[in-house]
Design a protein around this ligand. Structure first.
Ligand SMILES: *Cc1c(COP(=O)(O)O)cnc(C)c1O
Length: 444
């Protein structure tokens, strides 16, 4: 089911599906099994060496997972995908496939905090240096950062939580001139709002735990390969993918063509590390994907309305939502996100941490929790939770102020959401005269 033939709304329901040959089940069947029986000695050998395209073992081969990966690859415009146990696993696996000890990776500096931690801590321990650069740094800064051992440029379409939309086409140019792929975490945009491959990305990653599932029932991730990066032309950087093995086996590029990276990721990195998505989670993810466009339309209309309303509240010092005309990323969002600027609305309470405490504790309808993309609206004070391990200066450098609150806007009636927010802001206003100076100065 090619992109040219059918619209997004149709493909989110049909792409990649295989009909159940045994009984004609309409839904993609849930193959809840660890392994698959071989018909014979030869069948077992063929399933292992790839000459028989049937699964052997669910660590990398489950048919339910494969169907869901095909659908996501179709929606993103890629040649194939691999589901992983979480979004974090998708990022870790991808960068593990691209970079080894002694290598260097570039990333934009406004990122999901879990990615920053993964880069600094675990990749640092492995000897992979991941250097963060402001996305809009001048060309000279980017050019000077590129080294012979630079293996990837990593970014997020709509960085979580600051919504400082990146210029994907410029970043793709920087990566390709350097000779390495652009890897984009497209979690917050979803393929309904932005398809990074259309703007030059080579590999797209999602936390499928968020909007792609939508129901908040499962954790998961996916890696999607555009199939367009020139591995052979950069064989010195990527010998594992572009050169024959030590024992003379032809390269992944020679054997798998446009599927070279994905096949390496699946048959080497994922096989070795084993971060498998349970098939039940893939099945539940698929039920979410089939309504993605409808949900995203409502997510973004609710978000814009809430952001516009928040902007005019006395207790609110600043709203980071690129759908607002007043936002510095508005023009870029018009280009990259014409159907809406996502559903994360981050704002700063003027009263700092004490105002945030009163605000969070006054919410009744909105859930106080960390997560994104649920049908339910969620709120979190990031400075005391997600960014709680940082110093005040480190938080400020990331744009996280004492009163910063992140909302993941859900699908409830926008009037009911506004009432809940209004009640919480009224409580902040009522508490302000008492709470003001001394407590606000305390560390978060
Ligand atoms: C949540 C999130 C992740 C991590 O995904 P998990 O499924 O929680 O592991 C990665 N990137 C972004 C932008 C996220 O919001």
């Amino acid at each position: 089911m090619a992109a040219a033939e059918f619209d997004f709304e149709t493909r989110q329901i049909h792409a990649g599906a295989t009909l159940d040959a045994d009984h004609g089940a309409r839904l993609t069947p849930l193959y809840q099994t660890a392994g698959f029986v071989f018909d014979s000695f030869d069948d077992g050998q063929g399933r292992f060496n790839g000459t028989i395209p049937e699964p052997a073992y669910s660590r990398t081969d489950n048919p339910t997972n494969a169907a869901v990966a095909r659908r996501l690859a179709d929606l993103e415009g890629g040649v194939g995908g691999l589901l992983t146990a979480s979004g974090t696993a998708a990022i870790a696996l991808t960068l593990n496939a691209l970079a080894a000890s002694g290598d260097h990776v570039l990333a934009t500096d406004s990122l999901y905090e879990g990615s920053r931690t993964l880069f600094a801590r675990s990749f640092g321990r492995q000897g992979v240096e991941i250097e963060l650069i402001p996305a809009d740094a001048p060309d000279e800064v980017w050019a000077a950062a590129i080294r012979p051992n630079t293996k990837a440029l990593f970014t997020e379409t709509i960085p979580n939580p600051k919504n400082d939309v990146v210029d994907l086409e410029r970043l793709a140019g920087i990566a390709h001139r350097g000779g390495f792929p652009l890897v984009v975490d497209n979690t917050v945009a979803t393929p309904f709002l932005n398809r990074p491959i259309e703007h030059g990305a080579d590999i797209v990653i999602h936390s499928t735990s968020k909007w792609l599932s939508g129901h908040g029932a499962v954790i998961g991730g996916v890696v999607i390969d555009s199939g367009t990066f020139d591995w052979a032309g950069n064989a010195d950087r990527f010998p594992e993918i572009a050169l024959p093995s030590r024992t003379g086996v032809a390269s992944f590029v020679e054997r798998f063509g446009r599927l070279a990276f994905l096949t390496y990721l699946r048959s080497v990195t994922a096989l070795d590390y084993g971060p498998t998505l349970p098939p039940t989670s893939a099945f539940l993810l698929l039920q979410g994907i089939e309504t993605l466009s409808l949900r995203m339309e409502r997510h973004v209309s609710n978000s814009l309305e809430i952001a516009q309303w928040l902007e005019h509240q006395d207790e609110v010092a600043n709203v980071d939502y690129p759908g607002l005309v007043s936002n510095p990323y508005y023009a870029r969002a018009q280009k990259y996100l014409p159907q809406g600027a996502g559903a994360v609305v981050t704002f700063d309470l003027a009263g700092g941490v004490e105002a945030a405490r009163v605000f969070i504790d006054s919410l009744q309808l909105i859930s106080k929790m960390t997560h994104l993309g649920d049908v339910r609206t969620l709120a979190i004070h990031t400075g005391s939770t997600i960014h709680g391990h940082l110093t005040e200066d480190e938080r400020l450098a990331r744009g996280i102020r004492p009163g910063t609150v992140r909302l993941s806007i859900g699908l409830e009636s926008v009037r009911d959401l506004r009432h809940d927010l209004e009640r919480a802001l009224d409580a902040v206003a009522a508490a302000a005269p008492v709470a003001a100076a001394p407590v606000a100065a305390a560390a978060v």
